[in-house]
Design a protein around this ligand. Structure first.
Ligand code: T46
Length: 136
């Protein structure tokens, strides 16, 4: 599968906790963009696309949600519920996000700036691109 879980270093003292993430260190690519998703309404799912050329690390800094990750052959569910764990998604991977808790804040660190032409938003097109890749 085209994903890995990354354990972050937590710096803690009597005041609380801090996590620091740097390019090409715990984040395994150069960071070009950060966005976050919050206030997701009850019963709403997001995603339903793949990327041609984007790597991302997703962190539930508050609350929880589930990612479905699909490489065209297998589907896995990854439950995120910790600010100390990053989900690194790479390759041509279909992703869906489900079961957002009411308080969920999902932070996403991305290797590229936003580019709609990098999105594959049609599942059959995604399957075709994965199949074409195997033949090469
Ligand atoms: C992903 C998952 C985890 C921007 O203008 N700039 C941005 O950087 C992003 C990410 C989105 N947008 C616009 C594009 C749409 O009009 O914000 C709107 C919502 O984006 P989208 O429907 O793609 O959001 P999600 O939650 O379905 O997917 C997002 C990311 O787009 C995607 O790359 O992997 O989160």
């Amino acid at each position: 599968m085209n994903y890995k879980l990354i354990d972050f270093n937590v710096v803690g003292d009597h005041r609380g906790k801090l996590v620091a993430l740097e390019s090409l260190d715990l984040i395994p690519f150069s960071i070009n963009r950060i966005y976050y998703i919050y206030d997701t309404k009850e019963g709403i799912s997001r995603g339903f696309h793949a990327h041609l050329d984007l790597e991302q690390v997703a962190v539930c800094v508050k609350g929880s949600c589930d990612f479905i990750l699909d490489n065209g052959e297998n589907r896995k569910i990854v439950h995120l519920d910790s600010p100390n764990t990053g989900l690194h998604i790479f390759g041509i991977t279909w992703r869906e996000m489900h079961n957002f808790s009411e308080d969920c804040v999902l932070l996403v660190i991305a290797s590229e700036k936003y580019d709609e032409s990098d999105y594959i938003r049609d599942y059959n097109k995604f399957k075709g691109i994965v199949e074409d890749g195997k033949e090469k």
